[in-house]
Design a protein around this ligand. Structure first.
Ligand SMILES: [Zn+2]
Length: 177
């Protein structure tokens, strides 16, 4: 899913760069709208699939709590922000569809989910799609490692705004729930 979105983003970025060079600013705007339509379409399909799978297997859904992402959107790192925005949109869609079907949705603190080692809980090295922990030697696909971290984290219901308290308190906490 992420790859597909990244692919779409890269493609439109290079198209826009070209248009900008040639001074075609109205077309730049047009491609931005087209890109977000495509992203929305991908997110719609992916969220539908995830919710259907949860339904078929009688499972709930655990998501990263991305409340601050709207703010991050105006930050400096545009690429990061845009991908995060897409991911936030995906989560909103999953939540909406899951609620309609009565599938429980819970959240976890997203702090360092992609950097923590899912085996020993120390900070490891993520580079592209691979993860390696220098403490315990654990090697995994970066997304798989992050998914384990999400699965291992204590869940909370949305609406309880304790994210920032938790992410600070969790720094020194190595207890596995
Ligand atoms: Zn480790």
């Amino acid at each position: 899913m992420e790859n597909k979105l990244e692919h779409v983003h890269k493609k439109y970025k290079s198209i826009r760069r070209n248009l900008q060079k040639r001074g075609k600013y109205r077309k730049v705007k047009k491609t931005k709208r087209r890109e977000s339509r495509i992203e929305k379409d991908i997110n719609n399909k992916v969220s539908k699939k995830i919710v259907q799978e949860a339904k078929q297997n009688g499972m709930g859904i655990k998501l990263e709590y991305l409340k601050g992402i709207r703010k991050a959107k105006s930050g400096r790192n545009f690429r990061y922000s845009l991908n995060s925005w897409s991911f936030y949109q995906l989560e909103q869609m999953i939540e909406y569809k899951a609620r309609l079907l009565g599938i429980p949705v819970v959240y976890v603190d997203p702090y360092n989910t992609s950097k923590d080692c899912s085996r020993c809980r120390q900070i490891g090295n993520r580079s592209g799609k691979s993860f390696e922990c220098s403490q315990c030697g654990h090697v995994d696909h970066a997304d798989a490692n992050a998914s384990f971290n999400i699965a291992l984290r204590p869940a909370f219901e949305k609406g309880i705004d304790r994210l920032h308290v938790d992410s600070d308190a969790c720094k020194g906490n190595t207890d596995i729930p």
